[in-house]
Ligand binder design. Structure first.
Ligand SMILES: *Cc1c(COP(=O)(O)O)cnc(C)c1O
Length: 456
């Protein structure tokens, strides 16, 4: 039977877009472990979390029973400006590779922030506004989250204070200016503005910063300013909830044409895009309705799933955030500055960690020169210049498609193309000039970082 003709790009109609986010935890038998108070080691209460986070977001964070959260109308309206995102059939890539595999990717780079992060930024800004807050604080690594949050805050007229990992602040002045265009203030982290920043600078003079450290600064600033709360663009379950819009749209688009993916691949930093992409598919797997292979792809220089331990850990270097049980390298782990793409976080979302622990998802790590080679191979055929983070998923999608050439299998591969790489041209330049290195931490380095794991 010939396949029905599948267009290069499948777009949903506006009336086919998801109207509720999906909370994967509702369908999990083994729920992720609760967040713990860093001092008492008792589960975090709603009240304690509300001192740092917005109330509605705390509710979403702690809720492991409600399967569907209706998306508020204002957020639906904002989504309509840049969603649905296209589900692309990579016909050109398949032809070029000569693979019998069918390759699809869900492209989230079609907005000014250049990534999927806007999906959660707009939700978080909305709830902050609903609560009557003045503004929010946050950290940003490569800059996508800060950009997305700046856009969302300016839309709802909220103040936005961004702590940007110092090496990115210096390497990516253009991202910084996009954020300022949307009215955010941007501070390189670690900074001397916060107690924790000063402490980290004393302990590690000349440090190029890390996400964990910028998180500590943003949390401290939120707690010291009336009317401010801290918001986070990855790692947390509320973020994964908002990002489920990616998977829900992808699944609706595939269902429309009767397509069922065999393998679903996503890059994994803190886990939000991967968690969002796989959510409705994983839900089917958990309910025993269908089976899929899921692959998380992480950098070899920051391999939390493939080489980390499953334990309670701090989400930040300053050790002031709640403890989460997750696959982690230790909150003191600072990836080598020679690591170019994002995905620098030391831990992994607790839901994905539990799914990985239960053998429901696989993980692979890849070195960065292979990642950039894959990015280039993809860009030259499919036209889109991918973000280095996204290229981790591309690398493994290409590997899988190439395997099908040998085996003759006509697998259907779906991967998440999380964003564009226009602000990452310094890294592309290093790759082109042959000066990019493949840093892989030694076992000793990983052991050392693990020393700071809290005793629970
Ligand atoms: C932030 C980011 C990622 C990684 O974050 P997750 O929370 O793991 O999704 C991946 N790709 C792009 C383009 C990003 O901006």
């Amino acid at each position: 039977m010939p396949d029905p003709v599948i267009p290069y790009k499948i777009y949903l109609q506006e009336n086919e877009m998801p109207t509720a986010w999906y909370n994967l935890r509702a369908d999990m038998k083994n729920k992720p472990a609760p967040l713990l108070d860093p001092e008492t080691k008792q589960p975090m209460t709603k009240e304690a979390l509300s001192a740092v986070f917005c109330e509605e977001l705390v509710r979403q964070e702690l809720d492991e029973d409600t399967a569907y959260y209706p998306i508020p109308q204002e957020i639906c309206d904002f989504y309509k400006m840049y969603r649905p995102s296209p589900l692309v059939r990579a016909y050109c890539l398949e032809k070029k590779l000569g693979t019998p595999a069918k390759i699809y990717y869900k492209f989230e780079g079609n907005n000014t922030s250049g990534s999927h992060k806007l999906n959660s930024a707009i939700a978080q800004a909305y709830y902050a506004k609903q609560q009557g807050l003045v503004g929010v604080t946050t950290e940003t690594g490569a800059g996508q989250w800060g950009t997305a949050l700046s856009m969302a805050c300016s839309y709802f007229e909220l103040d936005c204070k961004v702590y940007m990992v110092k090496c990115s602040y210096e390497q990516k002045p253009h991202r910084r200016e996009v954020m300022r265009t949307y009215g955010a203030s941007v501070t390189p982290s670690p900074s001397t503005e916060t107690e924790v920043g000063r402490r980290i600078l004393e302990m590690h003079p000349g440090t190029t910063g890390s996400l964990g450290c910028a998180i500590s600064e943003a949390v401290e600033t939120a707690s010291k300013h009336e009317g401010y709360r801290y918001v986070l663009g990855s790692v947390l379950n509320q973020v994964m909830l908002h990002q489920s819009v990616i998977g829900l749209e992808a699944k609706a688009a595939m269902d429309k044409y009767g397509i069922k993916p065999d393998v679903i691949i996503g890059c994994a930093g803190g886990g939000s895009n991967l968690g969002g992409l796989i959510a409705p598919f994983m839900g089917e797997k958990l309910r025993g309705e269908a089976d899929y292979q899921f692959i998380a792809v992480e950098p070899a220089s920051c391999p939390s799933l493939t080489r980390g331990v499953y334990a309670y850990d701090f989400c930040d270097t300053g050790m002031i955030c709640p403890l989460a049980k997750m696959y982690t390298l230790g909150s003191n782990y600072i990836p080598s500055p020679s690591h170019a793409g994002g995905l620098r976080f030391h831990g992994m979302n607790s839901t994905l960690s539990q799914l990985y622990e239960d053998g429901l998802m696989e993980a692979r790590s890849v070195v960065q020169t292979d990642v950039f080679a894959a990015a280039e191979e993809f860009a030259r055929v499919e036209g889109i210049l991918p973000a280095p983070e996204s290229a981790h998923a591309i690398k493994v999608a290409l590997d899988e498609a190439k395997k099908c050439i040998e085996t003759g299998e006509e697998k259907t591969i779906l991967f998440g193309l999380t964003g564009t790489g226009y602000f990452d041209m310094v890294s592309y330049e290093k790759f082109h000039n042959g000066v990019m290195s493949d840093y892989i931490p030694t076992d000793d380095e990983l052991l050392e970082a693990r020393d700071t794991l809290p005793k629970v």
